[in-house]
Design a protein around this ligand. Structure first.
Ligand SMILES: Cc1cc2nc3c(=O)[nH]c(=O)nc-3n(C[C@H](O)[C@H](O)[C@H](O)COP(=O)(O)OP(=O)(O)OC[C@H]3O[C@@H](n4cnc5c(N)ncnc54)[C@H](O)[C@@H]3O)c2cc1C
Length: 378
């Protein structure tokens, strides 16, 4: 099938970049001198006439054989169509209150990464750093302190896979990456080694901690929204509470302000409407916000965690045995709620892809015959 073929930069430009599908995940960066990330976009600095390139092969928006990724990278017996590979579902938070205070929610991501560094399971952690500009970039942390200092969610894409590519070339041997779903997908495509002679860097990937992700915001649109709403007031961070709140939270030194979600949605990165994955299914462990019967004020201090691989399970077990993560019972119904949210995102993505291509048999980067996708569509 023509779509399955790996192509080069020319087709990447045409089918992904010019088509508005690029997520700026960073997978095509730091492999060659021709691409760069500039102000929330991947840009082509110079043209390349290779007919087949890693840039095209790794991109999460070129043809992706999801079934082959699932079968090669995960245990097929531990799989749910709605939420992907699955070993366990937990509600956790960092035991250390200092970590929790620095973190977006319960600080589970920060606690797990810090532990992995301390134990030598990884020697570098690719995370996101922002510096007050709302334009994040990948940062390679070597110590738990560097990880804690860069906690919290940045709602503009951080091209973390670019930082992974750089770290793998620059001496790190065991790398952990915090990844949004598109980034976890790109890393999974790398793991299949479409160019065996050139794909040695991916062997240095030892851990992927995925973030649940509904969408990311466009940097320009977010800046202009915040300028209009907040003026020069200082902003500590943002958050997206559960959908019934229908708002974006702006955290300031004086408390939380909310912006009605209808005003925020036009600022969502356009490429996100084609994303089929809400829970970073191609990760070792995926982490998102929690839901509790007590409401959002209590839930925001916890995380829901899906463990997907043996590596992920071992890290969680170690964090539990060391007392670095606290666990609480998962409220009844949370798994079903998460499934529903994930299915809604998948269905919306498929509808948008069909609308874009004009055919139910052309899902651009996805295969309409993929068995899981067909189950989801019913
Ligand atoms: C764009 C975006 C959208 C999200 N949407 C949802 C959602 O719809 N539902 C949901 O439940 N959760 C969502 N999350 C995840 C949620 O915001 C928290 O990241 C998650 O609950 C983990 O919390 P924590 O306290 O363990 O994180 P922390 O301990 O604070 O650690 C977060 C880690 O993520 C890294 N990071 C921050 N921003 C990015 C980024 N843009 N790309 C890559 N790495 C990053 C940080 O450097 C840090 O290492 C989203 C996150 C992002 C970045």
């Amino acid at each position: 099938m023509e779509k399955r073929q790996i192509k080069g930069q020319k087709e990447l430009r045409e089918k992904v970049l010019d088509a508005g599908l690029c997520t700026n995940c960073g997978a095509c960066l730091n492999l060659c001198p021709y691409h760069a990330s500039y102000q929330d976009n991947m840009i082509i600095i110079d043209s390349c006439d290779r007919e087949e390139g890693r840039c095209y092969a790794f991109c999460p928006r070129t043809y992706t054989d999801l079934q082959s990724l699932r079968q090669n990278l995960f245990n097929p017996d531990e799989f749910t169509p709605e939420l992907g590979p699955f070993k366990g579902f937990y509600m956790t938070r960092a035991a250390d209150p200092k970590v929790r205070r620095s973190a977006q929610h319960g600080g589970t991501v920060t606690a797990l990464l810090s532990l992995a560094l301390q134990e030598g399971l990884i020697d570098a952690a690719v995370i996101a750093e922002e510096g007050g500009t709302f334009l994040p970039a990948g940062f390679v942390a070597k110590t738990p302190l560097e990880v804690v200092q860069r906690a919290r969610s940045k709602f503009v894409v951080s091209p973390n896979v670019a930082a992974f590519n750089q770290a793998a070339k620059s001496g790190s041997e065991k790398i952990g990456v915090v990844a949004t779903p598109c980034q976890a997908l790109a890393l999974a495509k790398m793991r299949l080694k479409p160019f065996p002679q050139k794909d040695g860097n991916i062997d240095k990937l030892h851990l992927v901690i995925g973030l649940f992700c509904g969408w990311a915001l466009s940097w320009r649109e977010l800046k202009s929204l915040l300028k209009g709403k907040m003026g020069e007031n200082s902003i500590i961070g943002l958050d997206i509470p559960p959908s019934k709140h229908h708002s974006l939270e702006i955290h300031t030194p004086n408390g939380i302000r909310e912006i009605f979600l209808d005003e925020v949605l036009p600022a969502v990165r356009k490429a996100c409407q084609y994303c089929y994955d809400m829970t970073a299914e191609f990760s070792d462990v995926s982490v998102g916000s929690a839901r509790l019967p007590e409401g959002w004020e209590a839930a925001r201090g916890w995380n829901q965690v899906i463990v997907r691989t043996r590596m992920g399970q071992e890290l969680m077990d170690l964090a539990r045995s060391r007392g670095l993560l606290e666990f609480r019972d998962m409220p009844e119904g949370n798994w079903e709620k998460l499934k529903n949210a994930s299915v809604n995102k998948k269905r919306a993505a498929i509808q948008n892809l069909v609308q874009r291509s004009g055919s139910t048999q052309d899902l651009l980067y996805l295969d309409y015959q993929d068995p899981v996708l067909r189950t989801i569509m019913g």
